[in-house]
Design a protein around this ligand. Structure first.
Ligand code: 6PG
Length: 244
């Protein structure tokens, strides 16, 4: 289990998005060489939009980076498909024009009878795809987990003062942010750790303080408790590193 964080800094948000895309492409090629389906779990929010737009743009130029991937989500807000705050709907708006088949795109269900029930459904899907009910450190569930960093130090929907921060066995659970809107469904720490690469995508001066705490290994913030069976990488723009 790796807690050693590597930081890569890029001059501006566009350079950050391009470097992240290259990293995803390399991880995808490694999966292909190993005869595996490339399995990626993506976050929502605003930061990844530039990356998603780049994926769409490249696809329209004939380079469909994620066409062979299985695309999962790190978390979602428990709002219906099509709601402005639904991460799955936001991402599909870009990916539907990116040579990605809907059959390999797995948004978190958010229209069931409860967030808990939808979380159970998503966990069952992950178990089915993984083919085993126990996460094996030698066979990570994902090739790449793309995380954001919240202003309160959350990542995924692992928010401060939530029971889910103590979850050691379930792969998917629910949370309720203290301030941010909507109840959430999220991967747990064990599921996030079961990956060949964790990549935090961090952009802007507003993330400076939490980035510094993340890099110091501050486990009092949820993002500081993320570990990885593989690499643990922070990819940030220059503005985010002001406080370092
Ligand atoms: C979400 C994300 C969340 C996000 C951070 C950073 O559903 O909102 O998964 O964890 O990554 O809140 O969000 P921004 O990229 O909007 O700053």
């Amino acid at each position: 289990m790796n807690k050693e964080i590597t930081l890569e800094v890029f001059p501006n948000p566009q350079a950050l998005a391009e470097a992240t895309l290259s990293f995803i492409q390399e991880a995808s090629e490694n999966a292909k060489k190993a005869g595996r389906v490339f399995r990626i779990a993506i976050s929502g929010g605003t930061t990844p939009r530039r990356l998603f737009a780049l994926i769409e743009e490249k696809a329209q130029q004939g380079f469909s980076i994620l066409s062979d991937a299985e695309i999962f989500f790190v978390d979602d807000r428990w709002v219906p498909k099509g709601h402005a705050d639904n991460n799955g709907s936001m991402a599909w708006d870009y990916f539907k024009n990116s040579g990605i088949s809907r059959e390999h795109f797995y948004p978190i269900p958010t229209e069931g009878i409860s967030p808990e029930k939808d979380a159970e459904i998503y966990e069952n899907l992950l178990r089915e795809k993984y083919g085993k009910n126990t996460l094996d450190p030698k066979e990570p569930l994902f090739d790449l987990v793309l995380l954001g960093l919240g202003g309160d130090g959350h990542t995924a929907s692992l928010f401060p003062e939530n029971e889910i921060l103590n979850e050691k066995t379930a792969w998917v659970g629910t949370s309720k942010p203290l301030e941010a809107p909507h109840r959430r469904i999220t991967l747990t720490y064990p599921a996030i750790a079961s990956t060949r690469n964790v990549v935090f995508l961090v952009e802007g001066t507003s993330k400076g303080e939490m980035l510094a705490r993340l890099l110091e290994g501050d486990t009092s913030i949820p993002a500081g408790c993320v570990v990885s069976e593989g690499n643990l990488l922070v990819m940030a723009d220059l503005n985010a590193t002001d406080a370092l």
